[in-house]
Design a protein around this ligand. Sequence first.
Ligand SMILES: NC(=O)c1ccc[n+]([C@@H]2O[C@H](COP(=O)([O-])OP(=O)(O)OC[C@H]3O[C@@H](n4cnc5c(N)ncnc54)[C@H](OP(=O)(O)O)[C@@H]3O)[C@@H](O)[C@H]2O)c1
Length: 310
Amino acid sequence: MKAVIYERYGPPEVLRLVEVEKPAPKDDEVLVRVRATTVTIGDVRMRSFTVPREQWLFARLYLGVRKPKRKILGMELAGDVEAVGKHVTRFKAGDPVFASTMEVGFGGYAEYKCFPEDKVMALKPASLNYKEAAAAIGGGITAARCLKRGNIRPGQKVLIYGASGAVGTNAVQLAARHYSAEVTGVCSGRNLDLVRSLGAARVIDYTREDFTETGETYDVVFDAVAKFSPAAAKRALKPGGVYLNVHKHSDGERGGGMMLDELLFLKGLLETGVVKPVIDRCYPLEQIVEAHRYVETGRKRGNVAVAVAA
Ligand SMILES: NC(=O)c1ccc[n+]([C@@H]2O[C@H](COP(=O)([O-])OP(=O)(O)OC[C@H]3O[C@@H](n4cnc5c(N)ncnc54)[C@H](OP(=O)(O)O)[C@@H]3O)[C@@H](O)[C@H]2O)c1
């Protein structure tokens, strides 16, 4: 099968499209024919090994000391079940699925991926195409985890900083449509219309205005890109208001690992149209280097999808 691998940390050019052996499902596994995956900022950081100093050792041990241990990146995917092991009961051949690969060693940048059936995989929402389904997962679950900690009540004022990224575009939709909050989205001028279209009642262009100096205060301030000073952001909170930061508050309730119930919760939101993934660009697998170059700019709007197979 075709797969994109990386055998050393470095620039986008370390990614290579090669032929590797097609995996075969074990008795408790599902073989997925991958249709779409994504390039996230997380993929870019793993490929380039760009991590904060304090996480260097842990990240190196996890990802591979001398070279990457898991050669195929791709944290989320959507595709069709091609075959199932003899003990599998949740899925059958032909099922369209979407999945997080965080708990199974990544692997979205390949034509096939095997999953134990109890991992973070579910039937794809019928309303989404494969690219949208793959792109829905990471930003959606991360935004949901963070906002849950805000205990948001209907009508409360919620500010989302970095509203145009993968996490931000999900957070705006969730805060406005799931929590019925009055949302202010902070982004650059070129993304104001996008963020408004996602349900923000107000938008602020951070290149022209500092939201902490407008005199407005909020019940929740969520920094979805971790690019604003926490101390300054807290000054825009109402008394008793909650400050949330995507780097500090995105762990799951049972640790960092992604859980099936989180994917199923997100699936419900996607099926009812509360959340719709924003796709900025889509690249074929053959252009994964270009996709990484683009995501590395830090300027993508929502998500970058990768078409693996038609
Ligand atoms: N996506 C995930 O699945 C996930 C999961 C866990 C944690 N995280 C973490 O959450 C953070 C955000 O991830 P992401 O995937 O949402 O990032 P992203 O999509 O790569 O963020 C890009 C967006 O951020 C905006 N931006 C850049 N600089 C900004 C600034 N100074 N102020 C406000 N907005 C700015 C950009 O628009 P402009 O340049 O036009 O402003 C662009 O739309 C990352 O640190 C990531 O590690 C992400």
